[in-house]
Design a protein around this ligand. Structure first.
Ligand code: SF4
Ligand code: SF4
Length: 126
């Protein structure tokens, strides 16, 4: 009897599954879509590269580049939590999938410029 009740209740409900890709995927505030990089905030500290569990990130301090292999990334959020400069964040939208032939890593040129230290006025020293 209990099972019959459950079955009848389910008839009255809409399906909980979606018909993606016929209808767009749902995104929520906590959806982990893809990693977004801001080249103007990255100080090339390499913490994200060292702590990424799937070795998806490569930071080249000499060439001033930051590279991510999205096929390796498991969207664990570690790089976002560790980057204290706010250069990495997670977007709720999923990135477009590519074929294995298109699996080139994405490389960004780092544009961060270290702010100059304020010079002390000659008057201050006197
Ligand atoms: S993204 Fe953040 S953690 Fe990674 S190298 Fe740049 S500043 Fe460091
Ligand atoms: S989200 Fe996780 S797996 Fe993806 S690049 Fe960041 S640390 Fe690596």
């Amino acid at each position: 009897m209990k099972m019959l009740k459950t079955i009848l209740k389910q008839f009255a409900h809409k399906p909980v599954t979606t018909t993606f890709p016929a209808e767009p995927a749902r995104h929520y505030d906590a959806t982990r879509g893809h990693v977004v990089f801001d080249p103007s905030k990255c100080t090339s500290c390499t913490i994200c590269m060292k702590r990424c569990p799937s070795q998806a990130i490569v930071v080249d301090r000499t060439a001033k580049t930051w590279t991510i292999d999205r096929f390796r990334c498991v969207i664990c959020n570690q790089c976002v939590e560790l980057c204290k400069f706010g250069a990495v964040s997670l977007a709720t939208e999923y990135s477009v999938c590519g074929t294995p032939a298109e699996r080139d890593a994405e490389t960004f040129a780092i544009t961060y410029v270290k702010p100059e230290r304020p010079k002390k006025d000659a008057e201050d020293r006197e």
